[in-house]
Design a protein around this ligand. Structure first.
Ligand code: F6P
Length: 361
């Protein structure tokens, strides 16, 4: 049997994952003559031994396709895995030893793990058990410290910007305040970047607890100048001063908490204080769907090819990253230790304030 590598996509999907899979497959086969094993549904497929051979033919036409052809799961934590018992109940077990056995059976040169902080932290634990792991950072949230950009982020921003432009015309016609709730979890990258690019008037971020009186004051100022509508971007992780996160469902050992409701909460706060007409749009998973933009296709391709080179070089325990436009290999801890958050006084936030965007504090 010739040499081979494995690849899996874990956590929430995003546009650009297929570009990574395609590039890794083409590079492994074309440059190194290695076979490629695709593992279905993240670490779940490693535990359940659900694999597919990836070839030039199976990855053709993948560059522009959204989602991941390998499937993904954000419940597949191999260290706290929900096992279904014969009586129908579910019990949480550490199945990492079985995953390690399956990895050994596969006899891979290396395993490329494409994921966000959760998937990377599982990768790190497997690394400690001797697995040959290389990471590719992806998440629309762009919250991984290791890299300037993660695969999927720019496409999500494009989706939000298009939504803001569409909402602007209807907001203007009806003289309304339009609130758009966007994803990003505990980081405000999507909200702030899209707010800047889409001409939002108020942008509320997880990193800056907002003062509702200040937000309302911004509307009064605009309306005082004869403008009769406003566009507000609120990150799902934004909260008012002294308030808490808007959570739809609590997390546990097998899943993260589910955020949601920040937009409606803000609408209620505005309605309670003003006469303005307010509408809320929650963009939700639209931000994760569809075809990747050119940036994510390119970044996914560069990361996918680089990850294979990293396996060839034995750079295990590292993730492919981009820093000031250049590809670099960064230790996996850099991708999991702490979230990359928007600096409330950094250049992006300062630019937003300079152009008159209200950040709520
Ligand atoms: O981490 C990516 C992300 O899309 C977050 O922005 C969002 O909070 C979360 O995943 C949604 O997760 P799910 O797909 O489980 O609803």
């Amino acid at each position: 049997m010739g040499k081979r590598i494995g690849i899996l996509t874990g956590g929430g999907d995003c546009p650009g994952l297929n570009a990574v899979i395609r590039a890794a497959t083409l590079t492994a086969r074309g440059s190194y003559g290695w076979d490629v094993v695709g593992i279905h549904n993240g670490f779940e497929g490693l535990y359940e031994e659900e694999y597919v051979d990836l070839t030039e033919a199976s990855v053709s036409q993948l560059l522009s396709r959204g989602g991941t052809v390998l499937g993904s799961s954000n419940r597949a934590n191999p260290f706290a895995y929900p096992l279904r018992l014969p009586d129908g109940r579910t019990e949480i077990h550490d199945v990492s030893a079985k995953c390690m056995k399956n990895l050994a059976k596969l006899g891979l040169e290396g395993l490329i793990v494409v994921g966000g902080d959760g998937t990377m932290s599982f990768g790190q634990k497997f690394l400690a058990q001797g697995a040959r792991i290389v990471g590719v950072p992806k998440t629309i949230d762009n919250d991984l410290e290791a890299t300037d950009y993660t695969v999927g982020f720019q496409t999500a921003v494009e989706v939000v910007v298009e939504a803001l432009e569409r909402l602007q015309t209807t907001a203007e016609s009806h003289e309304r305040i339009m609130i758009v709730e966007v994803m990003g979890r505990y980081a405000g990258w999507i909200a702030l970047t899209a707010g800047l690019a889409g001409g939002a008037h108020v942008v509320l971020l997880p990193e800056i607890d907002y003062d509702i009186d200040r937000v309302v004051e911004a509307f009064h100022r605009r309306h005082g100048r004869g403008v009769s509508y406003s566009i507000v971007v609120v990150a799902e992780g934004a909260k008012p001063k002294g308030g808490t996160l808007a959570v739809l469902a609590a997390g546990d050992a097998t899943k993260q908490e589910k955020l949601g409701g920040a937009g409606q909460r803000l609408a209620d706060q505005i309605i309670a204080r003003t006469e303005y007409e307010v509408r809320t749009t929650v963009l939700g998973h639209i931000q994760r769907g569809g075809s990747p933009c050119a940036f994510d296709r390119e970044l996914g391709t560069r990361f996918g090819a680089m990850a294979v080179d990293m396996v060839a070089l034995g750079q295990f325990g590292h993730v492919a990253a981009i820093e000031s436009g250049k590809l670099v290999a960064k230790p996996i801890e850099k991708a999991v230790k702490k979230l990359k958050l928007v600096d409330p006084n950094g250049e992006l936030a300062r630019t937003a304030r300079s152009v008159g965007i209200e950040l709520g504090a």
